[in-house]
Design a protein around this ligand. Structure first.
Ligand code: SF4
Ligand code: SF4
Length: 204
């Protein structure tokens, strides 16, 4: 019976003379380890608004991507509610561009106002010029063009996206083509969704 007590006493004495295991925060800043997973942070230079990160976010409400077709121009909104983040890192691991989002070293996130713990970023959408379906964000198309290099020349949609034709509003183009829904040769030089492209290729 005495042996365990003696061991506990030895541990207590050792702990008293050992260095601290806790930090002195908030008296001193807390330095986190290199691989610490803190608040997710977008890099808006490399994020293309594809929404892949929202698809893999296990919390379901922390990172969301919603398309607003009523907005002028139509946009995709990426919303980060970081008060619901579980800091799993899935978003960063599965980011299409690899650097669009990363987990920062920011950890002191407590607050009383949830609104202040939400951030939203908008990306202009590209709609199919034939049927109006959402293809993706304009930034995503341009990124694909650059990623594919010479191979992008096989895809007129990517070429047009890159060449700045995107300044024309997709809805206006759609209205112009609505009178005749059947695929035309001229449709090749439009930005098309996969379904319209498929119909066009089968018909011609
Ligand atoms: S770290 Fe995990 S929970 Fe937080 S936004 Fe990324 S995927 Fe979602
Ligand atoms: S997966 Fe990466 S590039 Fe795509 S929306 Fe998320 S952060 Fe941006």
């Amino acid at each position: 019976m005495r042996l365990p007590k003696l061991r506990e006493l030895k541990e207590a004495v050792t702990a008293v003379f050992s260095p601290r295991f806790t930090t002195r925060f908030p008296a001193e800043p807390c330095i986190v380890p290199e691989k610490f997973r803190g608040k997710p942070q977008f890099d808006l230079d490399t994020c293309i608004g594809c929404g892949a990160c929202a698809n893999v976010c296990p919390s379901g409400i922390c990172l969301t991507a919603t398309d607003d077709l009523e907005a002028d121009p139509p946009v995709r909104r990426l919303t980060l509610n970081y008060y619901t983040c579980i800091f799993c890192g899935n978003c960063a691991e599965n980011c299409t561009t690899e650097t669009g989002i990363s987990l920062s070293h920011e950890w002191d996130l407590a607050g009383l106002d949830r609104g202040a713990m939400t951030e939203t970023h908008e990306f202009e959408l590209q709609l199919c010029e034939k049927c109006g379906a959402v293809i993706g964000t304009k930034k995503h198309l341009v990124w694909l063009y650059e990623k594919l290099g010479p191979l992008a020349y096989t895809n007129p949609s990517l070429l047009i996206a890159k060449s700045g034709e995107l300044t024309k509003k997709p809805q206006d183009v759609h209205k112009q083509t609505q009178k005749d829904d059947s695929p035309q040769t001229s449709d090749f030089m439009q930005i098309l969704c996969p379904e319209c492209k498929c119909k066009l290729n089968i018909r011609l």
